[in-house]
Design a protein around this ligand. Structure first.
Ligand code: NAD
Length: 257
């Protein structure tokens, strides 16, 4: 059993809510120490306090993934907290409808900035620390929206598709440093982000549930398990790939059940 003061250290960006928070819980269960980074500073502090109260080790830092100095400062603070950094999980994100015919540059660039450039900022800032780690790993967060035609989500699908391309490129480029990089591509997950959109009438829960043959949303913990696997040494020869966590949504064909 790894003691609280010895476990590997993960930086989870967007860790104050949803998939990021569930990932923190799963990593802690597996003996990791965690740094919770989020634009929502109070949320990050709340998650870190909850973990520390359970007897595990967590630290919180403020970060805005759209701001390079902020990402660099948060990553440095994370690496310095326990003088090591073993895994980075850029999980921050938003959703916005973006019909292509009315999409404005500002909205497109904002989505690319948070998801795609944000992911690049996070992994770039972590590189000098990860290359010193014994078993370094990065797990980015894509979406099924990068794998199927998803109408009225142009900016989101472009950003998520870009993340998967970045994962493939860096898996090759950083393999000489021992750094593995993968992504998960979740289907619809019951997180605060989705709950808000359903509550505001922007998404319909019944329609979304039926997209998976399991006819339900994923719970955040089900995505967290996949992320924790990819971050762990159990995935030591897995790099450059995207793991779909979509309840068979993308392989469903027109065949009647
Ligand atoms: P969430 O809203 O519950 O959590 C997202 C977190 O990101 C929040 O804590 C928020 O404060 C933080 N964040 C947003 N913008 C930020 C910024 N600029 N800098 C720092 N932090 C920022 O959402 P979630 O559903 O857990 O989404 C997490 C990731 O999973 C996102 O990348 C999302 O696109 C992806 N995803 C979600 C689903 C789903 O159905 N929920 C499906 C596929 C992919």
């Amino acid at each position: 059993m790894v003691g609280v003061s010895e476990g590997p250290v993960a930086l989870v960006i967007g860790g104050a809510s949803g998939i990021g928070e569930a990932t923190i819980d799963e990593l802690v269960r597996q003996g990791w120490r965690v740094v919770v980074a989020d634009r929502d500073v109070e949320g990050a502090e709340r998650v870190a306090a909850r973990i520390n109260a359970s007897g595990a080790a967590a630290h919180s830092v403020a970060v805005d993934v759209t701001d390079t100095p902020s990402v660099e400062a948060a990553t440095r603070a994370a690496a310095e907290r326990w003088e090591r950094l073993d895994a980075v999980i850029p999980c921050a994100g938003i959703i916005d409808p973006s019909p292509s015919d009315t999409l404005e540059d500002a909205a497109l660039l904002r989505m690319l900035d948070i998801h795609l450039v944000g992911t690049v900022r996070c992994v770039r800032a972590a590189f000098p620390y990860l290359r010193e780690a014994a078993e370094p790993a990065i797990v980015a967060v894509s979406s099924v929206a990068a794998h199927i035609g998803t109408p009225h989500r142009l900016s989101y699908t472009a950003a998520k598709g870009g993340i998967e391309a970045v994962v493939r490129t860096l898996a090759v480029e950083w393999a000489p440093y021992g750094i593995r990089i993968n992504a998960v591509a979740p289907g619809w997950v019951r997180t605060p982000m989705i709950a808000r959109a359903i509550g505001e009438g922007r998404l319909d829960a019944g329609t979304l549930e039926k997209l998976s043959p399991f006819e339900r949303f994923a719970e955040p913990v089900e995505v967290a398990g996949a992320i924790a696997f990819l971050a762990s040494p159990a995935a030591s020869y897995v790099s450059g790939t995207t793991l779909l966590v979509d309840g068979a949504l993308t392989v469903r064909g027109p065949w009647p059940q």
